[in-house]
Design a binder for this molecule. Sequence first.
Ligand SMILES: Cc1cc2nc3c(=O)[nH]c(=O)nc-3n(C[C@H](O)[C@H](O)[C@H](O)COP(=O)(O)O)c2cc1C
Length: 222
Amino acid sequence: MHPGNADRLNGPGPGPDRPWPPARAANDGDPDLPAPDADGRFAWAITGSGHMLKESLALAARLPRVDLFLSAAAEEVLPRYGISMESLRERFRVFRDKTASAVPVGELYEARYHTLVVAPATSNTVAKCAFGISDTLPTNMFAQAGKLGIAGLVFACDTQPVVVTRAPHDWVTLHPRRIELDNVERLRAIDHCRVLCSLAELESALAARLSELCLAWNTSSS
Ligand SMILES: Cc1cc2nc3c(=O)[nH]c(=O)nc-3n(C[C@H](O)[C@H](O)[C@H](O)COP(=O)(O)O)c2cc1C
């Protein structure tokens, strides 16, 4: 085991009462990696979840300098909830999941992203992230951001025994299985990642992140 790993594995991850590690904690003292800066951007990954989809996008629109990274499933699900690619492009730079190797992940190295948000995160994406699998654009963004020490916020969909969610034309009550709930707990142990279980938790984590970076919510609704 790498000498530093025992401490990292045994130490507590970021939590509501613990401050974030520096946005690029992994590069401390490494002159080859850029330092975090408040002029950087939010990378926001969207997965194929209808649950809290519109609400998550409304939060993204209130942040300064956000780029979206969609999974292929997200691209299918978005129009089912009345959200077109054109409307997203009016507000954000949008990267699509069109390559086997997740080419847009290169943006993490070239642009100055200080934070990765995955919201909403499907059970599928949560499971993959929790087990270190990266085979979609959001899961690759999550893995690479973690390796760069970029702070990650994941808003998981299935976190409660009962979830009332919006299907395209109706409301549905779901009962997440033990495996989904266990994967959320597993995800909490991943480095540089904070798991949020409600929109209110996500909003408050974003507010804290903005404050750390000396940034503010957008005041304009346009
Ligand atoms: C209309 C629609 C809504 C969906 N909503 C959810 C959801 O809220 N939560 C979820 O875990 N999966 C949901 N799914 C299923 C995911 O899109 C599917 O598991 C997909 O493989 C996830 O891929 P991704 O995690 O790479 O985005 C939905 C599918 C459809 C068609």
